[in-house]
Design a protein around this ligand. Structure first.
Ligand SMILES: [Zn+2]
Length: 109
């Protein structure tokens, strides 16, 4: 795994490219990452993609909950959909914070 030291673009497969596809920096601006570091990035990326999917799912739950709240069939339904909306928002914000923590620790890549 090679990383562009100018823009942080990661070349996950093969050798360093002749030119950075993102910023155009020459090949010598790429550094080879130690296997341990590369493995950590690969694992963290997987976890970050799962968190992204979780966030998307929570947005779907939020949309469903809002429809249920608007429908307002009876107090029981309103309570359930309100709790679903609050739980989805909590999980969405928690997942976003976790991704931000990963980025801050250099785990995004
Ligand atoms: Zn670059």
């Amino acid at each position: 795994m090679y990383k562009c030291t100018v823009c942080n673009y990661l070349n996950a497969e093969g050798e360093a490219p002749q030119k950075c596809p993102k910023c155009g920096a020459p090949q010598e601006k790429f550094e080879k990452l130690a296997k341990e570091h590369a493995d950590k990035i690969t694992r963290s990326r997987h976890s970050n993609y799962l968190l992204k999917d979780l966030i998307t799912s929570m947005e779907t739950i939020n949309d469903i909950a809002e429809q249920g709240i608007d429908d307002d069939l009876d107090p029981g339904c309103r309570k359930l959909f309100t709790e679903a909306k609050e739980s989805a928002e909590f999980l969405r914000q928690t997942a976003l914070a976790e991704i931000e923590n990963h980025i801050g620790k250099g785990k995004w890549g």
